[in-house]
Design a protein around this ligand. Structure first.
Ligand code: B16
Ligand code: MG
Length: 229
């Protein structure tokens, strides 16, 4: 394998962002303030504890709680989130995700997961797509959260591909920054507005054919197959 495609999970392969939002909103309501979808954008891609800091900040409650209290709040949010993700099935895969993963595998591109989520393993299981990944990096395996590039660089190392031969698919600004810091090719996947600094952006993975990355990697690999016939 000469290339790797590293996929973020929440917001790229599956729409769990709405579940994160519902669970954080419920915590905000308990704490006595409203939390909007626009405020939730800042939480995408960042770790659970950093998300909690942003949430408390948006409610004007920063520096009010001890570490122990914050850990209890994050655990409560994660319990609610866990109840929501338990309902996921393969029907919740985002458009084009499964097809692209299979196509890449067939073309000999290493397929890697690079997610900040500590819940990634049960989510992949519910979606029934674990076997499509050559390597999985999740929030349990890294010390530094996005925008630190560790989640992506570890993924590249696990499949033995140089960073410059990796493309990263990401829906969050923190993730695009992490990919760029690793000097990987960053492809934004979002319909929620422009992601700053990505090399290309598509609304969802079903539109991958519009990217020059796809033309270069997948079309050239299938032309190679033809010439070998
Ligand atoms: P958890 P990704 C990220 O997943 C989410 O985008 C982010 O909103 C969440 O806070 C983070 O995982 C941690 O998730 O609480 O499940 O460990 O987008 O990197 O796949
Ligand atoms: Mg994401």
């Amino acid at each position: 394998m000469k290339q790797a495609a590293i996929f973020d999970l929440d917001g790229v392969i599956v729409d769990t962002a709405r579940f994160h939002y519902l669970a954080w909103k419920r915590l905000a309501a308990e704490l006595g303030f409203q939390f909007t979808e626009a405020q939730n954008e800042r939480l995408k891609g960042v770790s659970r504890m950093q998300s909690l800091e942003y949430l408390l900040d948006s409610g004007g409650l920063q520096n009010r709680f001890s570490q122990e209290e914050k850990e209890k709040m994050a655990a409560r949010k994660n319990r609610w989130y866990g109840e929501l993700i338990a309902t996921l099935t393969e029907k919740d895969l985002l458009p084009g995700a499964e097809r692209l993963l299979k196509e890449l595998k067939a073309a000999g591109v290493a397929v890697v997961l690079g997610s900040a989520s500590k819940n990634a393993p049960p989510i992949l299981k519910s979606l029934g797509i674990q076997e499509l990944f050559d390597a999985v990096v999740d929030g349990n395996m890294v010390q530094e959260a996005k925008p630190d590039p560790q989640v992506f660089t570890l993924g590249a190392e696990l499949v033995g591909i140089p960073y410059e031969d990796c493309a990263v698919f990401e829906d969050s600004q923190a993730g695009i920054e992490a990919a760029n810091r690793a000097v990987m090719y960053s492809i934004g996947v979002s319909r929620a507005g422009a992601l700053q600094g990505c090399k290309e952006q598509i609304a969802d993975l079903s539109l991958i054919g519009e990217t020059s990355w796809y033309q270069k990697i997948l079309l050239s690999s299938s032309e190679g197959d033809q010439s070998n016939v």
